[in-house]
Design a protein around this ligand. Sequence first.
Ligand code: SAH
Length: 447
Amino acid sequence: MTKPKTQSPSTPHRPSQGNRDFRNRTRRSGKPDEQNPAPRGAPQLRTGAATAQPGIFLSAGREKSLLRRHPWVFSGAIERVDGAPASGDTLPVRDDAGNFLAWAAYNPDSQITARVWSWREEERIDAEFFCNKISGALAARGALKLADRSSGMRLLHAESDGLPGLIVDQYGDVLVMQIGSAGAECWRDTCADILQELCKPACIYERSDSDSRGLEGLEERNGVLRGRLPGNVEVIENGLHFNVDVAAGQKTGFYLDQRDNRALTETLAADRDVLNCFCYTGGFSLYALRGGAKSVLSIDASGDALRIAAENLTRNDLDATRAEWLEADVFQALRTLRDQGRKFDLIILDPPKFAPTAAFAEKAARGYKDINLLGFKLLRPGGLLCTYSCSGGISEDLFQKIVAGAALDAGVDAQIVRHLHASADHPVLLSFPEGAYLKGLVLRVAG
Ligand code: SAH
C-alpha cells in the first residue's frame, strides 16, 4: 500500500520523484509540439490564478459523475484550472467549494480534460502507485488461469484497471503497450520499467498510433521500448497458432477480446457453410474450419491481414480446400453475394469500430443496420448470425435495437440465442460502462 508522504496533498505529482530504480526517469512531455498545435476543437479552458496551487475546480453541480466514480472529467464541467500545469500533470480535482474529489491526469488538449488516477486524497501518484496498480492487474489475470489456454492476454485494460489510457497486451514473451492519454504518456517509461521487472519479457513494443491519440493532442509512436522484437511473434490460442504483426497489424496486432467468441464459433460450425466478414488474420475462420465447417468464405479489405490469414491456415494444418479468402469491401461484397443468390448457415460480422464515441452513433447505426440486414438475407432458414459491435459509442441496448430493425427490414424472425462480450482479461469497471465496448449477439433465424 502507498503511504501518505510528507508533501502537501495538493502538490501536483510528476514522474521521477521516487527512490526506486525505475523511478529515476526523466519526464516525457505529453504536449503537442510547437509546430503541431492542439487540434481544432480543443476545449477552451478558463485558467485561474497562475501562481495558485495547481488544481482543477469543477462548476457547481458538475461533480456528480466523479462522486459515482466515473473516471473522466469533461472540459464542460470545469470552472477553472489554477496554476500553470502541463499536459499530463497530476492535479487534484475539486468541487466548486474546494472539496477534494480525485487525483487526475490533466490534458488541456482533450475534451476529456482529466482522467482519474485515484480517489484517495492521501495517495501519491508515483512509481509505487503504478507498481501497485500493475501488480494488481497482473495478479487478477493470473487468477483467470488463462495461460494454459492462451499465450496471449490483455494484461492492462486502461480505465477498467484503474490506469486510464494504458493498454498492454501480451503475446508470449512480447508485450505491446498502447498509450492513449497524456497522463499515461508521462508515466510511459516508469510503467515500461515496472513491466520489465515484473514480467521479464523479451521485448516491450509500443504501438501508440491509434486514431484516438489525435483527439488527445498526442503524436503517434511505433517502436521498440525495451529489449528486441523477435522476427516472428505468435499467439497460441486454444491450440491454434496465429502470427501477430506487432509492428504493423491492427490494434496491438491481434484481437484478444474475441477469444471466447471465436471458441464458441468452433462449436457452432460443424457441417455449415460459413461466411466470416471482417476476418482480419482469420481468427473466426480457423476456429470454424477446426469445428468441421463445410466451407468458410472469409472477407477483409486488408490484403496484409489476408496474407497472414492464409499463413495461419497452413501453419495449423487445416484443410485449405474448404477455405476461400476474398479481399473486398464487405458492404459491397455482401450485396454481390446477395445478387448471386449465395446462402450460408453461419455468418459472422465483426466490423471495426464504427463509432469511437457517442457522437458517431447515428452514422455507425446506419452501417450496422446495413451489414446486419444483408447478413440476415444471406442466411438459410434456421441459420445463425453472430454479430458484433466494438463501438464504445453504441450501447448494448442500442445495438440490439439496430439488429432488430435489420431483421424486420430483412423480413426474418430471429431469436437471440446468446449475448456475448469481451473475454475476461478485458474486465469492465462497474462505474465505467464505456469499458463494455464489445457486445455480440448470436441470432437464429426461423427455420
Ligand atoms: N474478427 C477479427 C477481427 C476483426 S477487426 C478477429 O477475430 O481477429 C476488423 C477488420 O475489418 C479488420 O481486419 C479490417 O481490415 C477490416 N475492415 C475494415 N473495414 C472494412 C471494410 N469496409 N470491408 C472489409 N473489411 C474491412
